[in-house]
Design a protein around this ligand. Structure first.
Ligand SMILES: [Mn+2]
Length: 368
């Protein structure tokens, strides 16, 4: 192989691309660490190291916010940031094994593993965006309806400030209050791309609104019509017939795993985007972690074999995010079942890949 041919490899391009990314924010972080965290002991040769850990390093040290982004205590200031990480620790809607109330903390914990830089895209989130971790919504664990009210209002606060909301669940009942918080602020229809093994659109489950019901109630919102709801990955033995009936009646767009297999990820992304964006002003991504094959995501409430591989899911997320999103949710990570944190890691990856893809394609511009 000639060196010209090798230079055309994506890997070689990424290596060159890194030189073009600034280090401004990283340098600021070091200066801040040295100021607030004091100078290191004299024996330390690298003088960018502080005495008290105040920045990215060591990855296992420090206070565990999302990607070690600053915690914004005064949520009135959320509009000063480009992206807000908001935990929604609600698992009251869970119908089998519980534990997603620990989802936001699980994702934050494993996020300590990551740098802010993605090799393939050549995007460093720290340099491109101001991200704040604004903590969690105060959910009311004994009352799902009151929790919905809290969540819808919290999401509305973030979204109306012009900051991109990253919503970490919690179970999938969150889809409804999340859309309820967003749709009133969109001047037109909101499309929803829903990646899941489950159809999640029956009216009630065991007499209540649960994590099997978000899209019934979300698509009752006038500017979130079922014609713009695209449900990808649906299939297997956990799709309640009550939900299938509603999907049929409301004519939502259902793309199964066998469609994915037949058409391929690129084509499925193209179709999903066409349907979600048709006469819509914005598109929302709802990513259920159980859309992946159960083997990759043990830490979830209703694992089901036969879903996406991680590479398929990430490719699909990137292709969808490329066109821009108004907000995103990642739901159903249940840390008590998450051996080795791989489920939370996958959720984290979906979030940072979506953000970096939007940055790369100019769909998430920095405010200042
Ligand atoms: Mn699901």
């Amino acid at each position: 192989m000639s060196s010209d041919q090798l230079n055309d490899f994506d890997g070689m391009k990424s290596v060159r691309l890194e030189a073009e990314i600034p280090t401004t924010r990283a340098d600021e972080e070091i200066a801040r660490s040295l100021e607030y965290g004091l100078e290191a002991a004299p024996s330390i040769k690298d003088r960018t190291i502080s005495l008290f850990s105040r920045g990215e390093l060591p990855h296992f040290a420090g206070i565990n916010t999302f990607l070690k982004a600053p915690f914004l205590e005064d949520v009135r200031k959320v509009g000063e940031y480009d992206v807000a990480i908001l935990g929604e620790p609600l698992d009251t809607g869970t119908t089998y094994r519980a534990g997603t109330r620990f989802g936001p903390q699980g994702v934050r914990r494993i996020s300590a593993l990551y740098t802010s830089y993605n090799f393939e895209l050549g995007v460093d989130l720290r340099e491109s965006l101001r991200i704040a971790d604004i903590g969690d919504v105060f959910v009311i664990p004994a009352n799902i309806e009151k929790s919905f009210d809290q969540i819808a209002l919290a999401v509305s606060h973030v979204f109306s400030s012009g900051t991109f909301p990253v919503l970490i669940g919690g179970d999938h009942s969150l889809g409804y209050p999340n859309i309820r918080g967003i749709a009133p602020h969109v001047d037109g229809n909101v499309g929803i791309i829903h990646l899941d093994r489950h159809i999640d659109i029956q009216e009630t489950d065991m007499d209540e609104r649960m994590h099997t019901t978000p899209w019934f109630h979300a698509t009752n919102i006038p500017n979130a019509p079922p014609s713009n709801l695209v449900q990808v990955g649906i299939g297997g033995w956990q799709v309640p017939r009550a939900g299938v009936k509603v999907g049929r009646e409301r004519k939502t767009n259902v793309i199964s795993m066998s469609d994915v297999e037949r058409l391929g990820i690129e084509k499925v992304a193209e179709i999903a985007l066409d349907l979600a964006w048709k006469n819509a002003k914005a598109v929302y991504l709802s990513f259920d972690i159980d859309s992946l094959d159960a083997g990759f995501v043990p830490g979830t409430g209703w694992p089901e074999p036969g879903g996406f591989t991680p590479r398929e899911a990430l490719k699909l997320v990137q292709l969808i995010a490329k066109e821009g999103l108004c907000a995103m949710e990642v739901v159903e990570v249940s840390p008590p079942y998450d051996v080795s944190d791989t489920t939370a890691l996958m959720a984290l990856r979906v979030i940072v890949d979506a953000l970096a893809t939007m940055v790369y394609h100019g769909k998430l511009p920095r405010k200042r």
